[in-house]
Ligand binder design. Structure first.
Ligand code: 13P
Ligand code: SF4
Length: 368
């Protein structure tokens, strides 16, 4: 189910009283529920979450780590996912039937995940089969709906995250001659380029125009990139990198691979949120960094490293708006509702979809 479908359904609304509660009271309420529920509750948090929320996370991580932790957790009866919709869906797919997954605000979607729906994907697949025959393996970034993961799982493909994309694309090329990479064209292009595939052998499938754009003869196409992107990372530009180079000649630039190819190309380093965190942590005191990723994380890294000069690659950058929907009032409300036996904000993936999506996730998890 994508975000639009969720919103069309009955999405519970947080009672007004939580909005006007003082921060101290909200924090005390979250602490109290965590204390009372103990191991029956698990709260994973993505690195892009706000400080007011991530402070309560039992584990924080990038998409890969959070998927692995969800798969490993056998104890918690309630998993309250502090992240976005596709992450909570993944947690539901990987946990046992009787474990319940909750998203504190059902409006916390991901614009990139919503750029590929099942209908579009099935149409694309038919056209691509006509053009290339049975030579394509589909891969999807975990930033996709469960239905897309299921489609990929059904067609022998796998999911990837930003920290294992190279490994998974290499694996895919051992299975088939070419790949279809959904839904983030930039992660797909950056990954394939790092593996030595020339840019002109990468075609782009436009799901709106239902057309394949390619610069080389069809038989030479190796990678078919879905025309999707992250609305946060697309805001880092070549001009941003040039300005940093001009103003701070000694500053290193590190970006997330959801950034455009030209930006990654001009940067010194690129990698997942976890890679960015570890690189800055291991960098010498006094070093200078411009970071191209979501702003909640950049601000946290700045605060954690007062001995380093750190800025956002784009000075006008904002946080990911949908990640930011998970805030302290929604967290307190969701937790108290769970304790009171009200099952609001439940993320439950339909069993048929979950079974196929799990195949795609398992193919990734057994290789990383
Ligand atoms: P990672 O944490 O896997 O790098 O993903 C970034 C992201 O965009 C999550 O939505
Ligand atoms: Fe989606 Fe981009 Fe936000 Fe990640 S940062 S949740 S990819 S919109």
């Amino acid at each position: 189910m994508n975000l639009l479908e969720t919103l069309k359904g009955k999405s519970p609304i947080m009672p007004e009283r939580y909005k006007s509660m003082p921060v101290e009271e909200l924090e005390a309420r979250v602490h109290a529920v965590k204390e009372r529920m103990g191991k029956r509750l698990f709260l994973p948090g993505h690195h892009y979450q706000k400080d007011e929320v991530i402070q309560f996370a039992d584990a924080r991580g990038d998409s890969l780590k959070l998927a692995q932790l969800s798969a490993e957790n056998q104890d918690a009866e309630a998993i309250v996912f502090c992240g976005v919709h596709f992450m909570a869906e993944t947690a539901d797919i990987l946990t046992k039937q009787d474990q319940m997954v909750y998203l504190p605000d059902m409006r916390a979607g991901c614009s990139m995940a919503d750029m590929a729906d099942l209908n579009q994907t099935e149409k694309a697949w038919m056209s691509l089969m006509d053009l290339f025959g049975d030579t394509i393996l589909p891969l999807t970034y975990v930033n996709s709906t469960a239905a897309i993961k299921a489609f990929v799982g059904k067609h022998d493909g796998a999911t990837v995250t930003s920290s294992n994309a190279e490994k998974m694309v290499s694996w895919a090329f051992e299975q088939k001659e070419r790949i279809l990479f959904l839904p983030d064209q930039h992660l797909g292009r950056n990954t394939a380029f790092n593996l030595g595939i020339p840019l002109d052998q990468m075609a782009v499938w436009d799901p709106i125009l239902e057309r394949l754009f390619h610069d080389c003869p069809l038989e030479e196409v190796k990678v078919i990139l879905w025309k999707g992107h992250c609305s946060v990372h697309e805001n880092f530009t070549v001009t941003n990198v040039e300005q940093v180079r001009e103003r701070f000649p000694d500053m290193k630039v590190i970006v997330h691979p959801e950034c455009r190819r030209e930006v990654v190309d001009l940067s010194d380093e690129s990698g997942s949120t976890n890679y960015i965190i570890q690189t800055i942590k291991n960098a010498p005191s006094g070093s200078a960094w411009a970071i191209g990723t979501e702003m909640n994380l950049v601000n946290r890294i700045i605060n954690e490293h007062p001995d380093k000069q750190i800025i956002s690659l784009n000075p006008n950058m904002c946080p990911c708006l949908t990640m930011n929907r998970i805030d302290l009032p929604h967290l307190a409300w969701c937790l108290e509702a769970i304790e009171q036996g009200e099952h609001l904000n439940v993320i439950k993936v339909n069993k048929d979809i979950a079974d196929d999506a799990k195949k795609a996730l398992d193919r990734m998890l057994e290789r990383v």
